[in-house]
Design a protein around this ligand. Structure first.
Ligand SMILES: NC(=O)c1ccc[n+]([C@@H]2O[C@H](COP(=O)([O-])OP(=O)(O)OC[C@H]3O[C@@H](n4cnc5c(N)ncnc54)[C@H](O)[C@@H]3O)[C@@H](O)[C@H]2O)c1
Length: 311
């Protein structure tokens, strides 16, 4: 193809797909049916993982629940059955351990079958300024929030490729798109998770495996307990999200094969602005939205546990 024809084709397709996405703003995309799909959720023992499991239970999916927290995971399984799930399988798996991921994945393939929707959700946070962050926590954050995704994808993507059917979901964070004071290691791990998921999605497109979808989820704070104590300066612009609302938006995004789920939508504006405005303007606006102070009041779950102990 010559330069003229290729340029014309690129312009034509750009106009077509821009118009298409504009029209789709007004016509809701049909949700896919997940009855009988095997949905694996890592970090299913609490928070968003548990809430997503309950929503997939109501949709008739077969659930495979992984967590390091055995009791929390059992409770999710019990609630999932109560919510209509017929097939629920819970496994103890430390996703930060490569060999354990491969071993439990083999067990899942034998006992349940090939996973068709993989949701990499398990996550941890240190919540300290970088120089105060213990080395072990920095390393663990990378292992749980990023590297675990490599091992689960290696374990489950081949079957999706073979059948040209599947979905890889990455629960990242708005902190995987913009840096945040007090979250250096967490941001590094979430940026890496976003980079991995984007690249993987492109590899799948290049393979022409149109039946395999990718969804990357980037939420601001959610009231699950993980970021307890954190505050937002302008709740209307950047609200702390309700956990059930967040889980509903994520599941809806998966069912609609949405590639990016930004929550709230203002996150998308922040990301676009970051690349467009001068750095000093960025600092002024960052200060205006309280960017440098989000983590100052962070306690995480640790504070609640300490409070309960002292009562
Ligand atoms: N809560 C928020 O404000 C928020 C915002 C943006 C993104 N996220 C992301 O959403 C995901 C879910 O967060 P959440 O708020 O539900 O937190 P959560 O702490 O309630 O749930 C995380 C789960 O992951 C499990 N887990 C931790 N380490 C593990 C390991 N090594 N192997 C297996 N399981 C492990 C935990 O036991 C827990 O059940 C995380 O990836 C988090 O980074 C959360």
């Amino acid at each position: 193809m010559n330069f003229f024809l290729e340029t014309l084709r690129a312009i034509g397709l750009t106009v077509y797909f821009t118009l298409e996405s504009f029209v789709l703003l007004f016509i809701p995309v049909r949700k896919k049916n997940v009855t009988g799909e095997i949905v694996l959720i890592t970090g299913a023992g609490s928070g968003i993982g548990r809430l997503m499991a309950l929503k997939f239970a109501r949709l008739g999916a077969t659930l495979v629940l992984w967590d390091i927290n055995v009791e929390g995971n059992k409770e999710t399984a019990r609630l999932a059955r109560k919510n209509g799930a017929v097939r629920v399988h819970n496994y103890s798996c430390d996703c930060s351990k490569r060999q354990e991921v491969y071993q439990v994945a083999d067990q899942v393939k034998k006992e349940v079958g090939d996973v068709s929707i993989l949701i990499n959700n398990a996550g941890i946070v240190t919540g300290k300024k970088f120089l105060d962050s213990p080395d072990a926590m920095i390393q663990k954050s990378m292992e749980v929030n990023t590297m675990a995704h490599f091992w689960t994808v290696k374990a489950f993507l081949p079957a999706m490729v073979a059948s040209n059917h599947g979905h890889v979901v990455t629960i990242a964070s708005a902190a995987g798109l913009v840096g945040v004071t007090g979250l250096a290691d967490y941001c590094a791990s979430k940026f890496a998770a976003v980079g991995f998921a984007e690249s993987l999605g492109l590899e799948i497109v290049a393979l022409r495996k149109t039946g395999i979808k990718s969804t990357i989820v980037c939420p601001f704070f959610i009231n699950t307990g993980m970021f307890d104590g954190c505050q937002t300066k302008w709740p209307r612009l950047l609200p702390i999200l309700d956990a059930d609302y967040a889980a509903e938006r994520i599941v809806s995004g998966i069912l609609r094969n949405q590639v990016y789920v930004y929550m709230p939508r203002s996150v998308a504006i922040l990301v676009a602005l970051k690349s467009l405005i001068p750095t000093k303007v960025g600092l002024v606006l960052g200060d205006y939205i309280g960017y440098f102070h989000f983590m100052e009041t962070f306690t995480g779950r640790g504070k609640k546990i300490e409070d309960n102990k002292s009562q």
